[in-house]
Design a protein around this ligand. Structure first.
Ligand SMILES: CC(C)=CCNc1ncnc2c1ncn2[C@@H]1O[C@H](COP(=O)(O)O)[C@@H](O)[C@H]1O
Length: 279
């Protein structure tokens, strides 16, 4: 038995157009938009539908673009939500915020506790612009007290766009999964040319060294990344150098300062050899 080809003008098949959609059979029997809007008295189920979510997502972009469009030069700084005042990483965050503020550069953080708080705190201390892009989480922590301009997002992906769109570079302090997610997102955007001339500076060679070793020894040697992908990141150990490098990178001045990720190519080799000896 062969299947007959359908006739395009088969009137027995219910069909209708809805904006850009062509709907047939059961798809066509769902009522019109006006009907849905005016004729339903249900208990607000529509707020859980995907089209409604799209409106909310759109509104996050509109709010974010509106609030940040006139921010001026800015750097996004990522780092652990779990560091405490007095720890090296926290104090480094404070110093980075302060130094950027003194250079007239706004800081953008996740607005939460730990190293995010540290950076916002430093920026306020340095009389700079202190921005927090918060995220709705099941365990609500709210903005840290040093966020002067806070925007709360429901959706990670909308918030991430803001971190990239309104910053000219990234500084990454030690952190956990959230920090790694932000770091790799930034690296992929630069690697694929979605953003250009976007310096990424990691702070803390002891913390980041093993990850960089793995990128080199496994990803690079197995051909999963190109040698130039490793040039996307620089590593340093001081707040001053992190700020110097990220601002130099924004101005396109990185090359004379850096031969490899740890300073000169020789320094980088020595550092990696020392690390390998210690293992
Ligand atoms: C104590 C606790 C877990 C609070 C969570 N409150 C948070 N508020 C805002 N941004 C956050 C929060 N947790 C994670 N993030 C995001 O993920 C990164 C830190 O996550 P992690 O600690 O590295 O993995 C930050 O750069 C930030 O953008």
């Amino acid at each position: 038995m062969t299947t007959e080809s359908p006739r395009r003008d088969d009137r027995s098949v219910p069909s209708r157009r809805k904006g850009p959609l062509e709907l047939r059979r059961r798809q066509a029997l769902q009522g019109t938009s006006d009907q849905h809007l005016l004729d339903t008295h249900g208990a607000g189920r529509f707020v859980h539908t995907d089209p409604w979510r799209v409106m909310r997502i759109q509104s996050e972009f509109v709010e974010g673009f509106g609030a940040l469009a006139e921010l001026g030069p800015a750097i996004s700084i990522f780092g652990s939500a779990r560091t405490h005042p007095g720890s090296d990483y926290y104090e480094m965050g404070v110093e980075i915020g302060r130094l950027l503020a003194r250079e007239g550069v706004a800081v953008i953080t996740g607005g939460g506790p730990g190293s995010m708080e540290a950076v916002n705190r430093g920026a306020v201390d340095g009389s700079g612009t202190s921005v927090g892009l918060g995220i709705e989480l099941p365990f609500e922590t709210g903005f840290n007290p040093w966020v002067d301009l806070g925007i709360n997002f429901r959706y990670f992906f909308a918030r991430k766009t803001m971190f990239v769109k309104y910053a000219h570079g990234f500084v990454v302090l030690p952190g956990g999964l959230g920090t790694l997610d932000e770091l790799f997102e930034a690296m992929v955007l630069v690697q694929t040319g979605k953003v250009t001339s976007f310096p990424i500076v990691l702070v803390g060679s002891r913390f980041w060294g093993p990850l960089i070793g793995w990128l080199k020894e496994t990803l690079l040697s197995e051909g999963m990344i190109s040698p130039e992908d490793l040039d996307l990141i620089q590593v340093t150990d001081t707040a001053e150098d992190a700020v110097y490098r990220v601002l130099a990178g924004v101005r396109g001045e990185t090359e004379e300062r850096r031969g490899g990720m740890y300073g000169s190519a020789e320094e980088e080799e020595a550092w990696l050899a020392e690390k390998a000896d210690g293992e």
